[in-house]
Ligand binder design. Structure first.
Ligand code: GAL
Length: 368
């Protein structure tokens, strides 16, 4: 993977400098820990929900593996999932602080609600890294994607699918959870492409990114706009896209209009293969989770050069300025690039995607 290669190259050159004695203050060697902390560390990882497959299926296992590999198998990951409850996440966060984990990596259910907990961790001397969503409060760093770009990629896909019919087309917009700061970025990015180019007939926010809520909203949209008048559906993620497509089918749609998504969930990739879902946004989990794990371990172990090399971007949150960050690139996944994306990166095999139900559709796009 190109980005991973760049990251490794950056670390390697930092190590070369260390080895040559040019840089002081680092424990030296890529495997030995600095005097700050050894390998025996505990990283708290808090992920937001189970409705979105990526968190349990990829983010957590990849993160855990990377922490282990950076710490000779000694570093532990204390993992919790908030199941879309901000109160549950706050409690999980406070437990991590009480247990005195060495660092907390949090993907916030509610970016504003978590701020007081971030502040408490800070007061207790525990650094906090915001994962995927920009938590408010005094975080140390942020790992995510260019989330406006995610929305732009989705919006552009709709325009491309509608072609010359765009100007006279009515679309429905299914946005994410308003408590997730990414939702606004996805929406802004999408609107930058769609505004004045299509008619947005109906739009909805989706509490907790719930597919059920998106399905219910889609039913309302079909009643309001009329099944045959919906030219495309902007769905901010794949879980919601699945529910949108089911609602369209239940309403009797024989051809499904272009529907967008995000996350490259396995069932979404299969729907892309069969043509039911127009596209998804593939956000390389391997890079995002690996970067976050490296950042956490380097921070705890005081490996400043490697840490700085990983946090070259800067972002502002509503409460903080110039937060050191890494923003991993994203790519639109369509029928044409399944091999070059999720398969090449080892996220899925052809066998995972091309189950008997999808075998002929796979063959038709050369996926064998
Ligand atoms: C977003 C995240 C997406 C998706 C969504 C649903 O913040 O960037 O990848 O998973 O949350 O939880």
């Amino acid at each position: 993977m190109p980005r991973l290669a760049i990251t490794l190259a950056a670390s390697a050159s930092a190590l070369t400098l260390t080895a040559c004695g040019v840089v002081d203050g680092i424990g030296g060697g890529d495997t030995s820990a600095s005097p700050t902390k050894g390998d025996d560390i505990t990283v708290g990882l808090l992920l937001p929900d189970k409705d979105t497959a990526r968190f349990e299926a990829f983010d957590h296992p990849i993160f855990k593996k990377e922490v282990a590999s950076l710490t000779h198998g000694k570093g532990k990951v204390d993992y919790t999932n908030a199941e879309a409850s901000k109160d549950k996440q706050s409690q999980q966060f406070r437990e991590m602080v009480a247990k005195k984990v060495d660092i907390i990596v949090v993907d916030a259910v509610d970016a504003a609600a978590i701020a007081p907990d971030v502040r408490k961790a800070k007061d207790a001397g525990i650094p906090v890294i915001a994962y995927d969503r920009l938590a408010q409060g005094p975080i140390d760093a942020y790992v995510s994607h260019d989330n406006e770009l995610v929305g732009e990629v989705q919006g552009r896909a709709i325009l491309e699918a509608l072609g010359s019919k765009a100007a006279t087309s009515r679309i429905v917009m299914m946005n994410g959870d308003p408590a997730d700061p990414n939702t606004a970025s996805f929406k802004d990015g999408a609107l930058a492409e769609l505004k004045d180019r299509v008619r947005i007939a109906e739009q909805y926010d989706t509490d907790k990114w719930s597919p059920e809520a998106a399905g219910a909203n889609m039913k309302k949209a079909i009643r309001a706009v009329g099944l045959n008048n919906i030219a495309a559906v902007y769905s901010a993620n794949d879980g919601m896209a699945g529910a949108v497509i089911d609602a369209l089918k239940q309403a009797g749609a024989t051809t499904i209009p272009p529907v967008t998504g995000q996350d490259a969930n396995l069932d979404a990739v299969q729907r892309v293969v069969s043509g039911e879902q127009y596209m998804t946004v593939y956000k390389p989990f391997l890079d995002e989770a690996t970067d976050a794990a490296q950042m956490a371990v380097y921070k705890v172990q005081g490996r400043d050069i490697q840490y700085d090399a990983l946090t070259q971007d800067k972002v502002d949150s509503p409460t903080e300025k110039d937060i050191p960050a890494t923003l991993v690139p994203v790519v639109a996944l369509t029928k044409d690039n399944i091999k070059d994306t999720v398969i090449e990166d080892g996220v899925y095999t052809v066998a995972d995607i091309c189950t008997p139900k999808y075998r002929s559709a796979c063959a038709a796009i050369g996926l064998t």
